[in-house]
Design a binder for this molecule. Structure first.
Ligand code: IFM
Length: 415
């Protein structure tokens, strides 16, 4: 049996806006009001109030870790005014996780911004680094004993969204389509297929590397503060495309991989861990990314069923970062068929174990996601280990939760 490191994390991951509900001071909340075709997050699954129940389900199943985020838009609803009550709320979440023996992995920013920060220009605004580091300084007052902190979630997806939004606002999308629902709908059938923020195939321009470099500066500044003021290991989490060359696509693969992923992996070279986030895989030919053809096996977000993408992503991240310890901070599948979730996760974990057998330092596996949740404009794609009735908020653990808990207890896969 593969020997995992002592204290290997077996857990599930979430993000505040996707589960908490009523994140009313955020840019996403405002966007949900006017973007055509976007469903609202609303009460989400009310995890803001029900986090103890959620964590208890994970712990009772056998998991030993929980990744969750703290929400900047709640902690600093207006510039410079930090809410002690919200910081205390997130501290209670950390305490609850520790009490339940779930090692907390805390994300400082998972896509959503305070609306005022977005209005100032967001990550491209002149004061972006000062604003974010002021928030991180306040946040570290509750993070002293948290073992792992992630600064930004999927900066490469963020850069892609900002690039698309900028082009959309300036009316200069060129060959690319609008970053809205129309584009989502077109994504499967037309042109380049790529994840929007969250696994939904879409037609978006590639991320501007200048934006990526700016985000890398933000990350480095936040990392320094977290290191000075806490005992946490710190890193950021990158969306891995598990790209591969189709015949004739070798040169193009290098270009695409750099601009979409490797720039962000290289920026993690001084980190304590690299968060690997993998769902599917995509081929590259001499013209670029090849769309996932429609197929009955495709997931509810239109991506190909490729559990092998996790192993590719782990190996690639390890290589490009030059041996930064890997933590799988997201991996999962949008499906209504829980048997399929178990099959996918088992196959993905076999890949993880093979990478460990080859000497790669993997610190944990955090499944995306704990609860069926708000998938950035859509409620239909269900990634959760736990189903939620959105009227009563009743939680119903799926068989996959028990299955993953057994794997965690056993410290590996059944034969
Ligand atoms: O839901 C998202 C998450 O917020 C970021 N990574 C991909 C997930 C699934 O699409």
């Amino acid at each position: 049996m593969t020997q995992l490191r002592p204290g290997f994390l077996w857990g599930a991951a979430t993000a505040p806006h996707q589960i908490e509900g009523n994140n009313v001071n955020s840019d996403w909340w405002a966007r949900e009001g006017f973007m055509p075709g976007m469903e609202r997050s609303g009460d989400a699954v009310d995890s803001y109030h029900r986090y103890r129940e959620d964590m208890t389900l994970l712990a009772e199943a056998g998991l030993n870790s929980y990744r969750f985020g703290i929400e900047w838009a709640r902690i600093e609803p207006v510039p410079g005014a930090f809410s002690r009550a919200e910081l205390a709320h997130y501290r209670r979440m950390i305490d609850t996780a520790l009490e339940l023996r779930l090692s907390p992995v805390v994300t400082l920013n998972h896509f959503t911004l305070p609306k005022w920060f977005a209005d100032e220009g967001g990550w491209l605004g002149e004061q972006a680094i000062d604003r974010f580091t002021a928030y991180v300084r306040e946040a570290t007052t509750i993070l002293g004993d948290v073992p792992w902190v992630a600064t930004l979630n999927e900066p490469n997806m963020l850069a892609m969204m900002i690039t698309a939004m900028r082009a959309f606002m300036s009316g200069d999308l060129g060959e690319w389509q609008s970053p809205t629902v129309e584009a989502d709908a077109a994504g499967d059938a037309a042109g380049d297929s790529e994840e929007l923020t969250a696994g939904r195939p879409s037609v978006l321009p590639p991320p501007d590397p200048e934006i990526g470099r700016k985000l890398a500066e933000v990350h480095a500044a936040a990392r320094e503060i977290v290191r000075e003021r806490t005992d946490a290991g710190v890193g950021w989490t990158v969306a891995n495309g598990a790209y591969y060359a189709l015949p004739g696509g070798e040169q193009k693969l290098e270009e695409i991989r750099y601009i979409r992923e490797d720039l962000y992996l290289e920026a993690a070279r001084g980190d304590d861990f690299i968060g690997v986030q993998s769902y599917s895989s995509q081929g590259v030919d001499e013209n670029g990314l090849v769309p996932h053809p429609p197929h009955p096996d495709n997931t509810l977000v239109g991506t190909a069923y490729r559990p092998d993408s996790l192993e590719t992503a782990i190996r690639h991240s390890w290589e490009v970062t030059g041996g930064v310890p890997v933590m799988v901070t997201e991996n999962g599948i949008a499906t209504a068929d829980d048997e399929r979730r178990i099959a996918y996760t088992g196959a993905a974990l076999r890949g993880l174990l093979a990478a460990v057998d080859d000497g790669i330092d993997v610190r944990g596996y955090l499944h995306w996601t704990a609860l069926d949740n708000y998938e950035w404009g859509h409620w239909e794609p269900t990634f959760g280990l736990i189903a939620v009735d959105r009227q009563t908020f009743e939680r119903k653990p799926k068989p996959s939760l028990g299955w993953l808990g057994d794997v965690a207890r056993r410290g590996g896969l059944p034969d």
